[in-house]
Design a protein around this ligand. Structure first.
Ligand SMILES: Cc1ncc(COP(=O)(O)O)c(C=O)c1O
Length: 428
């Protein structure tokens, strides 16, 4: 029976039962954390050999460059080739970076603001207004960064196949809309992967700004939870699509091995058109001599090509998959029959986005905290930390060991139901 069909008396009765369960959880003094999408230690152990993979004398890349020394701003050819395979672009269009793709995104924004994306473009800092399209729910770091640059964020709803493209196309006509920032595969936190049609329309659309940039943060491009092709999402090649429409400068692609090897201790890369890369390198020369080539070398010794990445990611999936399945099984058994929440079942990535009854997300996060369970702040998946319907909650099941996750999944449904009962009582 759906909770909304309960009578007032039934709801009051149910509230008492739930409150007593909640008090029991509180008395346990638990300390559980599902707030950030960090890998569990077991996942990091899969890459332990990275730390000792370079033996004495093994310092040279395939062109004979000594990776211990300065030089080689464009990184190791092996790394360019590896990321080229992941992005689906030629190796020459890849710029390997340091340990963080978010730093690359930040730097790309800095260049656009200080210099303009390409020579001849007006630096964005000289414009009265810079706006970005932001599919929601989205990644809180993206939104805080945009806010920090003074970018006005325009939310666009994400559907099961990606952002509402009619809305995106409409907004993109405005010349002050300079870009869009998104996670196109196994989205953080939506779990959604953009369909071929969405990718095609993003590449093809007319934009009011000639220097419009698509910040394509493909952080989860190899993070499938299932081995079988038919249980994996597929993402079309955005660069090739942009090329077909003569918009090859439009897209800047980013990825890293943070969720492949070591989080914050991996390597990252950007892929972009020849013109974008030329301009990036021109300015980068004044920013640093080179990125950490020793770490780049370690990584390509450990993961020489896409096939090696695939094998490694299957081991990651074997750890992550049971956690994702547990969360969804419990939600299906407890919350779904009451009609007080739904979620998109992701086939990869790091997150499950749970949509509670409208007006309940903040209350749920607060109640969870009271019971010792920390979740990502309600509203964080929306620009300005404001979820207009107060319903989205990001569940990040990776970091907690399975035993802890089982405890979490006893508390969470009780809290979701308690918040829903309170809401319904308020409205009856
Ligand atoms: C969408 C997205 N991009 C980037 C990152 C972090 O990337 P990096 O560690 O390479 O800066 C994360 C980490 O959670 C993420 O979810």
């Amino acid at each position: 029976m759906k909770l909304e069909d309960y009578t007032r008396e039934q709801l009051e009765e149910r509230k008492k039962t739930l409150e007593s369960k909640y008090e029991n959880f509180r008395s346990l003094g638990l300390k559980l954390d599902l707030s950030r999408g960090k890998p569990e230690a077991k996942q990091l152990d899969l890459s332990a050999s990275l730390l000792s993979i370079l033996k004495e004398g093994d310092y040279y890349d395939e062109e004979g460059q000594d990776c211990r020394n300065y030089g080689g701003l464009t990184g190791l050819p092996e790394v360019r080739r590896l990321f080229g395979e992941l992005f689906g672009v030629p190796a020459e269009l890849v710029l390997p970076g340091g340990n963080s793709s978010l730093a690359l995104i930040h730097d790309a924004l800095c260049r656009a603001f200080l210099n303009g994306p390409l020579p001849g473009d007006t630096p964005w800092c000289r414009l009265p207004k810079v706006k970005f399209i932001c599919p929601v729910p989205g990644y809180d770091w993206h939104f805080h960064t945009c806010e920090n640059f003074g970018i006005e964020m325009l939310s666009v709803e994400t559907r099961p196949d990606g952002p509402d493209m009619d809305r995106v196309e409409e907004l993109a006509k405005d010349p002050s809309v300079k870009g869009m920032i998104c996670v196109p595969m196994y989205g953080n936190p939506s779990g959604v992967t953009y369909s071929d049609e969405v990718v095609e329309r993003l590449a093809a659309m007319e934009t009011g700004a000639s220097d419009f940039r698509l910040f394509w943060d493909n952080a989860y491009c190899v993070h499938h939870l299932y081995d079988e092709e038919e249980n994996r999402d597929h993402l079309a090649n955005i660069y090739e699509a942009c090329q077909r429409y003569g918009h090859e400068d439009r897209v800047l692609q980013f990825a890293s091995t943070s969720k492949i090897t070591f989080a914050g201790g991996g390597i990252c890369a950007m892929a972009a058109s020849p013109a974008n890369l030329r301009e990036t390198l021109r300015i980068l020369t004044y920013q640093l001599v080179c990125y950490d080539k020793v770490n780049q070398l370690r990584h390509v010794r450990f993961l020489p090509d896409r096939a090696a990445v695939e094998v490694h990611m299957k081991k990651q999936a074997a750890i992550l998959r049971p956690k994702f399945e547990l969360v969804q099984k419990v939600l299906k058994e407890t919350v779904e029959p009451l009609g007080i929440g739904h979620w998109h079942a992701p086939r990869g990535g790091y997150f499950i986005c749970f949509y509670a009854m409208s007006g309940c997300a903040r209350r749920i996060v607060r109640l969870c905290r009271g019971a010792g369970l920390t979740l990502t702040k309600a509203g964080a998946a929306y620009p300005y930390d404001t979820d207009p319907e107060d319903r989205a909650i990001r569940i990040a099941p990776s970091y907690a060991p399975m035993e802890e996750l089982k405890q979490v999944m006893q508390i969470f449904p009780v809290v979701v139901e308690l918040a829903a009962v309170e809401k319904l009582l308020e409205e009856k």
